[in-house]
Ligand binder design. Structure first.
Ligand SMILES: CC(C)(COP(=O)(O)OP(=O)(O)OC[C@H]1O[C@@H](n2cnc3c(N)ncnc32)[C@H](O)[C@@H]1OP(=O)(O)O)[C@@H](O)C(=O)NCCC(=O)NCCS
Length: 136
């Protein structure tokens, strides 16, 4: 997508990432400095960071998406899609709140399929987690 750049995240991005994460209560609320231990990318639109994604390897060619968020003012402009597009080939797993329709639509559009449900996986409020997998 025009104007969108995905690049590796660095320590100097963390303040901005924390702001985006706080504004995205549906996302996991991590201590953002922990992202530096994982695969961590940011999405810039016209030079401004609008979103981020974090994942980890769990096996050979198997990955788990740990978090993804796009700031409210940047949504609906393809950043989420661009972040998912840079996930490595292989199997990617993730969990999503059952009620998180925007994220579920994004994942579905990017080729993820439902493979299971984790009862009351989330708290505050308690909710089932839907487990999705993308094979590529
Ligand atoms: C989910 C999220 C990352 C999507 O980011 P985004 O940059 O808005 O997504 P995109 O612009 O790339 O949209 C991709 C697709 O997702 C779906 N989608 C995203 N936002 C949507 C919305 N508000 N309404 C309807 N569909 C939406 C659409 O299918 C869209 O494709 P389309 O534009 O061709 O219709 C973003 O809404 C977000 O950060 N939400 C809060 C955090 C969160 O839920 N994280 C996931 C936790 S598991």
């Amino acid at each position: 997508m025009e104007g969108v750049v995905i690049r590796a995240g660095t320590a100097s991005d963390l303040e901005r990432i924390e702001t985006i994460q706080r504004a995205s209560p549906e996302a996991a609320q991590w201590t953002v400095s922990d992202y530096l231990y994982y695969s961590f990318v940011v999405a810039e639109m016209d030079g401004v960071i609008g979103g981020f994604a974090v994942w980890r390897g769990v096996d050979v060619d198997e990955w788990e998406l740990l978090n993804i968020a796009v700031g409210p003012a940047f949504r609906g402009r393809g950043l989420g899609r661009a972040l998912i597009d840079v996930l490595p080939a292989g199997r990617v797993f993730l969990e999503v709140r059952e009620s998180n329709a925007n994220a579920r639509r994004l994942y579905e559009q990017c080729g993820f399929a439902v493979i299971g449900k984790r009862r009351k996986y989330y708290q505050h409020p308690a909710e089932d987690g839907i487990v999705l997998e993308r094979k590529r």
